[in-house]
Design a protein around this ligand. Structure first.
Ligand code: URA
Length: 253
C-alpha cells in the first residue's frame, strides 16, 4: 500500500460525507467534518426535502385536473422535474381521449419532443403497423408515456424522474378510464404496476391496473417498439402479445 492511499481514502470519505471545501490550514482538520458551519450537510437534506416535496406536489397538483387540457397546463407549470428544462415540448399523449384502450410507452424521443405528440418517430411507425395489424389505429386508442418530457439524449429516466411524473400519468389514466392498457416495455409496465420484473416475467399474461376507486383495467405488457427495432428476433413474441390483446378485446367488445 502506498503512503498516498490513506490520504486518498480520507478525501473520498470527506467527499462522500458531503464535505466539499476545507476551512483551515490542514485539509484534514477534524473541524472540517465536525463543524456545523459546513454547508454540505444541510444542502444534502434540502435536496431530499425538495425531492419529497416535489413528489407531494405532483400528487396534489395532478389530482386537481379534471380534463386532459387542464392536466397538460398543470404539467407545463410544474417545476418538480428538471427534464422539463431540456425538453422542447410537454408531450402528454395522442389519439382518442375517449378510447377504451390506452398504450403506455416510456418517454418522448427526439421527434416526439419536437412534434409535441407521442410515438411519431420510428418507434411510433412500428407501433402504428402493429396496431393496424390487429384492427386498431389512433382513432380507437390513446397513446401516452410514463414521462411527458424527453430525457436528454434519450437516456433512461431515473427512478426519481419516474416517481415525480407518475402521478400525472395516473391522473391521465383516471380521466380516460380505459378498460385495457397495453404497456410498452418493462419501464412502462413496472412503473404503472409498481413492480420490478423483467419483460419475460411481465409478458404473456393479463395483469390488473387499479384505479383510485379500486376498480381495475386489464393490462398486457409487451416489448417496447424501440427494442423491437434493435432486436427484430423478438418481434414474433410481441406479435403473439398483440394477438392475445386482440383476442381479449374482441371477446369483450
Ligand atoms: N418511445 C416512447 O416510449 N414514447 C414515445 O413517445 C416515443 C418513443
Amino acid at each position: 500500500m502506498s503512503d498516498k492511499q490513506p490520504i486518498e481514502e480520507i478525501l473520498k470519505f470527506y467527499l462522500l460525507s458531503g464535505v466539499s471545501e476545507t476551512c483551515g490550514s490542514s485539509p484534514f482538520a477534524v473541524s472540517a467534518v465536525e463543524k456545523p458551519t459546513t454547508t454540505a450537510r444541510p444542502a444534502a437534506s434540502e435536496a431530499s426535502i425538495s425531492a419529497a416535496s416535489a413528489l407531494q406536489n405532483a400528487g396534489d397538483i395532478s389530482a386537481s385536473a379534471t380534463t386532459l387540457a387542464e392536466l397538460k397546463q398543470l404539467l407545463e407549470n410544474f417545476d418538480g422535474c428538471s427534464l422539463k428544462n431540456t425538453a422542447a415540448n410537454t408531450v402528454i399523449g395522442d389519439g382518442n381521449p375517449q378510447a377504451k384502450i390506452v398504450f403506455v410507452g416510456e418517454a418522448p424521443g427526439a421527434e416526439e419532443d419536437l412534434a409535441g405528440r407521442a410515438f411519431v418517430g420510428r418507434s411510433g411507425k412500428l407501433l402504428d403497423k402493429m396496431m393496424h395489424a390487429i384492427g386498431l389505429n389512433r382513432d380507437l386508442v390513446y397513446i401516452c408515456n410514463i414521462l411527458p418530457w424527453r430525457p436528454p439524449g434519450n437516456r433512461s429516466p431515473s427512478d426519481a424522474e419516474i416517481a415525480v411524473c407518475l402521478p400525472f400519468l395516473k391522473r391521465q389514466i383516471e380521466i380516460i378510464r380505459p378498460e385495457y392498457i397495453f404497456a410498452l416495455g418493462a419501464v412502462a409496465a413496472n412503473s404503472l404496476l409498481g413492480l420490478g420484473e423483467t419483460m419475460s416475467h411481465l409478458r404473456g399474461h393479463w395483469l390488473d391496473y387499479q384505479f383510485a376507486d379500486g376498480q381495475t383495467a386489464k393490462v398486457l405488457a409487451t416489448y417496447h417498439p424501440a427494442y423491437l427495432l434493435r432486436t427484430p428476433a423478438q418481434k414474433s413474441k410481441a406479435w403473439a402479445d398483440f394477438l392475445r390483446f386482440k383476442k381479449e378485446i374482441s371477446q369483450n367488445n
